[in-house]
Design a protein around this ligand. Structure first.
Ligand SMILES: [Zn+2]
Length: 184
């Protein structure tokens, strides 16, 4: 299961890599993904067991399209934003005052206590208000479908992972160089 996107919502969008298949094809797969993502299984309004997979897949497809829109700087499709909005509204939990040890506190709901789809939608909402467009990228391997947000300081990340696509590229270009030498 790839968790290489640097953001929860991008990892979620990456949960059906072309080469590996759909990790969220079954409720069990969804539960496994949630556990791997560090989200509480069975927490929030709607746990993994009773989650409607159609809702999961619809949000994922919307976020995949939203990534492409942000990456290309084009206007996101209104239905995709509406869908994210619906999850945000469904999970909206206003901050609550609490009095503890003689102090007034404001308690906010933590991601781990949210419905997983709300937590993912919230992560997208936090991201969408401040990101650098040039750091949104598709893996440079044309056979790889993974996307990521480049958080490296120099912003030169090209691969979903060096150990997978990066090394494969290195080996291939080495072989090509060797083949060219033999021909000449
Ligand atoms: Zn890749």
């Amino acid at each position: 299961m790839p968790f290489l996107g640097s953001r929860l919502w991008i990892d979620f969008a990456n949960s059906a890599p072309v080469a590996l298949g759909d990790f969220l094809a079954t409720p069990e797969g969804w539960a496994r993904w949630l556990a791997a993502a560090g989200l509480k299984v069975g927490s929030g309004l709607k746990g993994a067991a009773d989650a409607n997979l159609a809702d999961v897949h619809a949000l994922r497809a919307a976020l995949q399209r939203l990534f492409d829109a942000l990456e290309t700087g084009s206007r996101p499709a209104a239905p995709d934003l509406d869908l994210v909005n619906r999850h945000l509204v469904a999970g909206a939990a206003p901050p609550q005052f609490a009095w503890r040890d003689g102090r007034l506190l404001v308690e906010r709901q933590e991601a781990g206590d949210m419905d997983p789809l709300v937590a993912i939608a919230t992560d997208f909402a936090d991201f969408a208000t401040h990101y650098e467009r040039a750091r949104l990228r598709h893996c440079a391997n044309p056979e790889c479908s993974l996307i990521f947000y480049d958080t490296a300081r120099n912003g030169t990340r090209r691969w979903c992972s060096m150990s997978a696509c990066g090394n494969r590229h290195k080996v291939r270009s080495h072989r090509m160089r060797a083949a060219k030498l033999e021909c000449s």
